[in-house]
Design a binder for this molecule. Structure first.
Ligand code: SF4
Length: 369
């Protein structure tokens, strides 16, 4: 395992269903198919792609919430793919998950104090009742809530506040790494940036490693250090976020970025750029899995699987046989944005990254939102 890496996946495969036997009428779903990646200690790493690309399954494999069909996952120097029992309980404290839907991820019958205190009962049983209550109050303040909120129930809070409760609960066991599965996509545009800022602040202040799963490339640009783009169970491009955004090498990444609405030009239809639907993960195309939708596909693409290879930048890899010639042909990616909602969101991002509040990527004075 790389010394800088806190989490490493090597050739991880997850197939659901066996596809054989008289009971099994459903075909095998190739959700994740040969993913290798290395996440560095303290960085914010984003995994993006359309729904059905396998990113949420990959997140659950990295968390040891699922067992891989093959391949290995290592966390903090130890292999965890088959971890069980006490070792798994310890691991659960070190890696935490933030769910997409703050409305359904919190038990409505438990007070906020009980919800946030529950992980402390499991991972820090030596704390007495009073110390636990004090710790819960501290965690609530850390996420921008008040100590007295501990006595209330989740339904008394807004969506953004509930996600803050979820984050406080995730922080309770003092994890080294947090994985957020679309942590802001269920929230109003106006509160998305606040929660993004909070995650960035916590990552910086606590030295946390963050893995963010997202389908919206706009969301992750300002919060992630590196990004991996997934398509049909495989990583097609990976690199430093600014490098991937300013010089995308894979046609799929180029299409995803071009589909971010433009502030100055007309709205771009994503489907018009990436032709047709994503094929089913039960029958992925041979060769390059993107060849059925790729405007640059050639005969070789139908049979030969492209592997991730270094681009000229050295911090950026792409899985495409023809990335070098395509880059010259592809139209420039317009990463400006339009539409009232999108414009409002980006105004918030700009406020977050250029002044006022901060993200972990800038070292400015903190002001809680
Ligand atoms: Fe397109 Fe071929 Fe590159 Fe795949 S390998 S992205 S089909 S050009």
């Amino acid at each position: 395992m790389n010394r800088d890496a806190i989490l490493e996946a090597v050739d991880v495969v997850k197939h659901f269903g066996t596809g054989d036997g008289w009971l099994s009428k459903t075909p095998v779903v190739q959700a994740v198919d040969g993913v290798s990646l290395s996440i560095r200690r303290g960085e914010t790493f984003a995994i993006v792609g359309e729904s059905g690309c396998g990113k949420s399954t990959l997140a659950r494999l990295l968390m040891r919430l699922l067992t891989p069909t093959s391949g290995t996952v290592s966390f903090d120097g130890r292999e965890i793919s088959a971890t069980k029992g006490e070792a798994l309980k310890t691991l659960r404290g070190e890696m935490q998950f933030i769910f997409q839907d703050p409305f359904s991820s919190l038990n409505p019958r438990m007070t906020v104090g009980k919800l946030v205190g529950e992980p402390l009962e499991v991972h820090a049983p030596e704390l007495g009742k009073e110390n636990r209550r004090a710790k819960v109050a501290q965690l609530l303040r850390q996420v921008g809530l008040r100590a007295e909120h501990a006595d209330r129930y989740p339904h008394e809070f807004s969506g953004g506040q509930r996600q803050r409760i979820g984050i406080a609960r995730a922080l309770a066991s003092e994890p080294k790494l947090i994985i957020g599965d679309e942590p802001v996509s269920a929230l109003d545009v106006s509160v998305q940036a606040q929660v993004i800022n909070l995650l960035g602040d916590l990552s910086r202040d606590l030295g946390l490693t963050l893995v963010i799963i997202a389908h919206d490339l706009g969301v992750i640009r300002h919060m992630s250090d590196r990004v991996a783009v997934m398509y049909l169970g495989r990583i097609v491009e990976i690199g430093d976020t600014e490098d991937v955004y300013t010089a995308p090498r894979h046609p799929y990444t180029q299409a995803l970025l071009a589909s971010i609405p433009s502030m100055s030009g007309p709205q771009v239809d994503h489907e018009a750029i990436v032709l047709g639907e994503m094929p089913s993960p039960t029958a992925p195309p041979p060769g390059c899995r993107f060849h059925t939708r790729c405007p640059f596909a050639q005969e070789r693409c139908k049979t030969e699987v492209p592997v991730l290879s270094d681009t000229h930048s050295g911090t950026h890899q792409v899985a495409c046989h023809f990335w070098d010639s395509i880059t010259a042909e592809a139209p420039p990616v317009n990463t400006e944005r339009s539409s009232a909602a999108v414009e409002a969101r980006f105004a918030l991002y700009r406020a977050a990254t250029e002044g006022g509040t901060v993200t972990h990527k800038t070292n400015q004075p903190t002001e809680r939102t």
